[in-house]
Design a protein around this ligand. Sequence first.
Ligand SMILES: O=C(O)C(=O)C[C@]1(C(=O)O)C=C[C@@H](O)C=C1
Length: 365
Amino acid sequence: MTTDTRGDELDAVRSRIDAIDQEILALISERARCAQTVAHIKTESDGRAVQFYRPEREVSVLRRIKDANPGPLEGEEVARLFREIMSACLALERPLNAAFLGPEGTFTQAAAIKHFGHSVVTKAMATIDEIFREVEAGACDFGVVPVENSTEGVVSHTLDLFMSSPLRITGEVSLRIHHHLMSKETELGAIRTIYSHQQSLAQCRGWLDRYLPHAERIPVGSNADAARIVAGEPGAAAVAGFQASEIYGLEVLAERIEDEPGNTTRFLVIGKQDSPPSGQDKTSLLLSCRNKSGGLHALLLPLAAHGISMTRIESRPSRRGIWDYVFFIDIMGHRQDLPLAAALEHLEKDALLFKVLGSYPVAVL
Ligand SMILES: O=C(O)C(=O)C[C@]1(C(=O)O)C=C[C@@H](O)C=C1
């Protein structure tokens, strides 16, 4: 009797879910038709300069959804669902493609999908230089490059490429990184060689020293490359993400072996397009000042004077002179925002080198 009643209850709730799904489907389809109309309007009004992808609009949709979320699903979770709906709607307007640091299964690919959603067409590149070139040549709409890791610090090669590239930063992505040890072998004792990207080897140094102190560590171009090599080499293991173990058919011998549990990598989205203000933005700058004591301090005074907060500063040799350094600086705000625009005007006058790499929305996901 009780079982029957529960069975009836279950059937009733499932019927309700079926009916809701029909409504959701009808609404998603209506939304997709709206996106097609938007595409039509954009094409008619902007002609060849049309920009289907509008990052500032996407983040405002996601922020609104998060703010309005009544629960019980987490804000992050509903934002992720809407991220995918918008990704599919945009693909209907025009499919977007993004170059990433390949091969298939890297964290950079995961970052591209987190940022653009699963409808983006991702294109694997062998090096970070190639990603820049691909986007500069117009063969890809956007590129996704790693820039900073919370354990190992800055990916200096990416910063160096910005010095000579005309590309802009149009977005940022933060990705929680979990590293796993994977192999064709089934026992830790059989591992003699470990392959991974040098940053990942460094991020797992403590664990590797403890559990595999005698295995040789070989740095390769990417974690996914490591997984591919290991798939054909007895006695070898790779440090990589889950996706790589699935793609290359490897067994995960140990999970989450990174030394820092909060290990996060920040990626930048690069492209030719400027992002208009979204209300919550960041601006990245490239600056250089005269090499005299207090030079950097003096250079940065306009930021303080206009109440602009700086979230990151990184220095790199400029390669033009032995004592000549350039600074990569992230500040809060959009370059079109009034206090920031005034501070930038000031900075530009005082700096030897001044380049705005881009203003872009603070990531929602
Ligand atoms: O509002 C627009 O401009 C759209 O193209 C619609 C839409 C959406 O699905 O909401 C799709 C793609 C854009 O990147 C931003 C938003």
